[in-house]
Design a protein around this ligand. Structure first.
Ligand SMILES: CC(C)(COP(=O)(O)OP(=O)(O)OC[C@H]1O[C@@H](n2cnc3c(N)ncnc32)[C@H](O)[C@@H]1OP(=O)(O)O)[C@@H](O)C(=O)NCCC(=O)NCCS
Length: 192
């Protein structure tokens, strides 16, 4: 069973890591133009977007424009492609956004784009890796994510990694004919 200790830095020898941002099962890398087709497919897959805020079908051109922005991020955001560490296939996307560089807080979001790759440890490892990077390299001190109340899988993954539910926005999101609560999960670099 995983614990929130997974988020603490592993002892590692500087300069001997193989990838810039590496977890146990995934690496996080910069986006490339060639990722557009996969991102387009995932962002139009109802199984994937069901637990994301995206509502409308996305045109390929919009996806290319999003990727362009992701490759040239503003000061308060960073975007990453999630790859499997074993075969280097691109399996999902992750973002840190709305960074407040004074308070040193940020929001994040991510998805594993191919539902057949769910429940195999990739999403959880991607979260641990992203948060570790945010704390150890970007020097952020608190990270948070919005989760729809019906996203039991995400809630489980986050709670296993030491995230706590900090509050609920009641009936804040309309999806599939009814309103849903949004739960804010957060984690601190150091326990308050
Ligand atoms: C949420 C998401 C990132 C999780 O990725 P994943 O690769 O499936 O996660 P993992 O395999 O690391 O872990 C899944 C865990 O959830 C558990 N789980 C699966 N379905 C569940 C359910 N309905 N209720 C509770 N737990 C559930 C699994 O048993 C597993 O637990 P374990 O680690 O104790 O064995 C992925 O499902 C996804 O991309 N969903 C769509 C986008 C999304 O919801 N993003 C929200 C951001 S967190």
């Amino acid at each position: 069973m995983r614990t929130d200790r997974d988020l603490s830095p592993e002892p590692r020898e500087m300069g001997r890591r193989r990838f810039m941002i590496a977890g146990e099962h995934v690496i996080l890398r910069a986006f490339e133009r060639e990722d557009a087709e996969r991102c387009y497919r995932w962002m139009n897959d109802p199984n994937v977007v069901r637990t994301l805020k995206s509502r409308y079908p996305i045109a390929f051109q919009n996806e290319i424009e999003w990727l362009d922005r992701a490759m040239h991020p503003s000061q308060n955001e960073r975007h990453f492609a999630i790859e499997r560490r074993d075969d280097r296939t691109h399996i999902g996307n992750a973002s840190i956004h709305d960074i407040d560089w004074i308070s040193r807080t940020g929001w994040f979001g991510l998805f594993i784009g191919d539902p057949t790759a769910w429940n195999r440890g990739f999403g959880g490892d991607a979260i641990s890796t992203l948060i570790r990077f945010a704390f150890d390299e970007m020097n952020l001190v608190k990270m948070r994510i919005n989760i729809f109340d019906y996203n039991e899988r995400a809630k489980h993954v986050l709670e296993e990694r030491g995230f706590v539910s900090e509050g609920t926005l009641a009936r804040d999101f309309y999806r599939e004919g009814s309103y849903h609560d949004i739960v804010i999960y957060s984690i601190f670099r150091e326990k308050p």
